[in-house]
Design a protein around this ligand. Sequence first.
Ligand code: ADP
Ligand code: MG
Length: 399
Amino acid sequence: MNIHEYQAKELLAKYGIGIPAGHAATTVEEAVEGAKKLPGPLYVVKAQIHAGGRGKGTFKELGPDAKGGVRLAKSVEDVESNARDMLGNTLVTVQTGEAGKQVNRLYVTDGVDIAREYYLSMLVDRATGRVAMIVSTEGGMDIEQVAHDTPEKITTITIDPAQGFMPHHGRAVAFALKLTGDLNKQAQKLAKQLYTAFMDLDCAMLEINPLVETEDGKLLVLDTKMSFDSNALYRHPDVEAMRDETEEDPAEVEASEYDLAYIKLDGNIGCMVNGAGLAMATMDIIKLNGAFPANFLDVGGGANREKVTAAFKIILKDPAVEGILVNIFGGIMKCDVIADGIVAAAKDVNLSVPLVVRLEGTNVEQGKDILNNSGLPIVSADDLGDAARKIVAEVKQAA
Ligand code: ADP
Ligand code: MG
């Protein structure tokens, strides 16, 4: 789960981390109120969307010459006009895709006199099984570009979870940022605070870009992105309350209401599978047969009729879907029960695309009979390879 910049800053501030003052706003009036509470004379008005690259973004409604989603304002009146300009309009950045994202929230924050910009991020590194801290002197830029052009300017420090954060980790971070004197000490302290926050909050990723050194010698978090391990959210109701569903894919939100693991992908073959491993294998075998999956969907072990219907509806809402492959292993669930569910769901949603079903497991023969006698144009398949070949052929034929 992702949250907004202003929310991430609220969380980090609780760990004593240096953040410029700021106030979130959903209306022009609130933005003005927020600005009045700040000392001035420099303000920055920032669009709050779940995507980076806002500063260099463009507003669809305002044309290519208008300013982006991070704007400097020199007075409260200036904050007001920039807020009016941005709220409700669609910001397109390198991370939003062409459709862009509507700006429903702003963050009005102190304008900072920046001496230098740095980069610092943290993530769970699968290769080492540790939390990695990635730092670079090249802040404020696209870190993928830095990694590509000047990889020597990026330093990765990993922290053994059993040992925890040690003073030498902090020194390594400060050294990689080429900081001396008091700034070096601030960086060591910040690294430790960030590690504590990351572990406490069950983060999946935390990125600060830029981390800045101010003209008066302070390290401040100017921009941050945080994402959380969804499986650990039950431990953090305060974080869970920060979820902004308007920023998420509507189909994924609906799927989570039915406890379905759904991720939209770019292909044209919808998949409904039980078990994440089988879902991955199904996606692989669709690709092996020359087509692409439209989604990952794991209906889980206890898929009942209601869940199967919800899954069908979610798959069919995607206009790219030209065929559906159902691949279910009836272990705890019996195949005849699943077949009943599939038939009922297919009738319920007025299925308009080819449907191939592969069932295996307990009561498989009864299940196949139910599908064959349903009167619906359901194509039955014997194994995974057969199922994939059949759905790819059906979709080609229908096109
Ligand atoms: P994004 O990464 O989405 O473009 P940032 O918050 O990183 O958004 O802003 C882009 C740039 O704008 C930063 O690299 C920084 O130079 C400038 N900036 C952002 N916030 C402030 C601020 N509070 N004061 C001064 N400059 C800022
Ligand atoms: Mg940034």
